[in-house]
Design a protein around this ligand. Structure first.
Ligand SMILES: [Zn+2]
Length: 395
């Protein structure tokens, strides 16, 4: 018997999407003969509030041993996020926590904004060390009830808890929010940032679903979950940025309304399997006419998933990526495709360029210009119309 929905308590879940057995993300092969480890990836959604969660009993990634201190870029909207935060909780000597502080890049920005007492909370030992090396105080642990109590004892209540791109990764999002609430002063502020569910569900960016995302939130069910943790939403924003669609909530201790999820979003969840299958079939049909060889851009999990879920991995001859940990290896999509650097990729003169560098438009332009008119450029999402529904505006 599945556990009830953590946001609304509804007992039954409905299937959202079954992506089958796929190579584990982040796995690069040393040779094309190697067989990658696989994981089962499937999602369900709550038919009442639309909360999306991974099916089965997915294990939370063991971040303690993970080393990816350079993995997260700071998007341009982070400055708007800090500006709006400062309007609600002005810089000064109040304690500022960054939960999932990674390498401390965001704490650098908080320092520059004038927040003088800062503390990173980061479960990855390697990231915590990188954060400390940048001069920030760090607690090298996940944020849970015990960590929260320890922080309060040692540092006092927090004026702000930032929790950016962390809640979707944890097995107990309510526990994380309760721990964040336990850190806050009575007039403290939680700043919560997470991917917006409309991006995969309405925008068909299904590649954003991956094994490390255990939950995907719509603003309505996130507000309900915050309420369950004793936090009331005071402001919310959706940020459309290159290749992403994120949402930010500002919340304070207190009780608030529990908004209903728009019926159109629930309908989009029900329709997603069929819509994505038709989208992928259309791409495969077009791919049959693409001149070879075909190069795709990027070897991160989003591109691997895009190639796997659409089936386009079968027609790609090279994948461009300049990351030295990926270049020279093979990415299983699911057949092994060699990963080569940008310069080599341009030199090999692919006849079709698959524009899958979703978050990197400048890189896409650079490669397209390098290839000139010799290659056909394909933007797979050109012409995908969508309504973010619930985000409040069309991106
Ligand atoms: Zn629910």
């Amino acid at each position: 018997m599945p556990a009830p929905c953590i946001a609304c308590g509804h007992e039954a879940a409905a299937p959202l999407l079954d992506l089958g057995d796929i190579p584990a993300s982040g796995v690069f092969l040393e040779s094309p003969d190697q067989a990658p480890a696989t994981v089962r990836l499937a999602y369900a959604f709550c038919p009442v509030c639309g909360l999306i969660r991974q099916r089965g009993a997915p294990a939370e990634t063991a971040y303690a041993g993970a080393d990816r201190a350079t993995a997260r870029r700071q998007f341009a909207y982070v400055h708007d996020l800090l500006r709006r935060t400062a309007a609600l909780a002005p810089p000064g000597d109040g304690l500022v926590l960054d939960v999932g502080a990674n390498d401390g890049a965001f704490l650098d920005l908080a320092a520059r904004a004038g927040y003088r007492r800062r503390l990173g909370v980061e479960p990855s030992r390697a990231c915590a060390a990188a954060c400390a090396a940048r001069g920030h105080a760090v607690v090298a642990a996940p944020l849970d009830r015990d960590t929260a109590a320890g922080i309060r004892r040692e540092h006092g209540p927090a004026a702000i808890v930032f929790c950016r791109h962390t809640i979707e990764h944890v097995a107990d999002p309510l526990g994380l929010l309760e721990a964040a609430a336990a850190c806050l002063a009575p007039d403290g502020l939680l700043v919560l940032e997470t991917p917006h569910a409309a991006w995969p569900v309405a925008g068909l960016r299904v590649h954003e679903l991956w094994q490390e995302h255990l939950f995907v939130f719509h603003p309505a069910n996130l507000a309900r979950l915050l309420d369950r943790a004793g936090l009331a939403v005071v402001a919310a924003e959706a940020y459309r940025h290159d290749g992403t669609f994120d949402q930010v909530f500002w919340a304070r201790p207190g009780l608030a309304a529990r908004p209903d999820t728009p019926p159109a979003f629930l309908e989009a969840c029900r329709a997603l399997g069929g819509r994505f299958a038709a989208f992928a079939a259309g791409l495969r049909h077009r791919a049959a006419g693409w001149p070879r060889p075909v190069a795709a851009m990027g070897a991160a999990h989003v591109q691997a998933h895009f190639l796997l879920f659409t089936g386009l991995g079968a027609v790609v001859d090279h994948i461009l990526d300049d990351d030295p940990r990926k270049r020279g290896r093979w990415l299983p999509v699911p057949r092994p495709v060699p990963v080569i650097g940008t310069a080599e990729g341009i030199a090999r003169a692919p006849a079709t360029l698959l524009e899958t560098a979703f978050a990197y438009p400048d890189w896409t332009r650079q490669v397209r210009e390098g290839l000139g008119s010799a290659a056909v450029a394909v933007d797979p999402y050109a012409g995908v119309a969508w309504d973010p529904d619930g985000a409040g505006r069309k991106p």
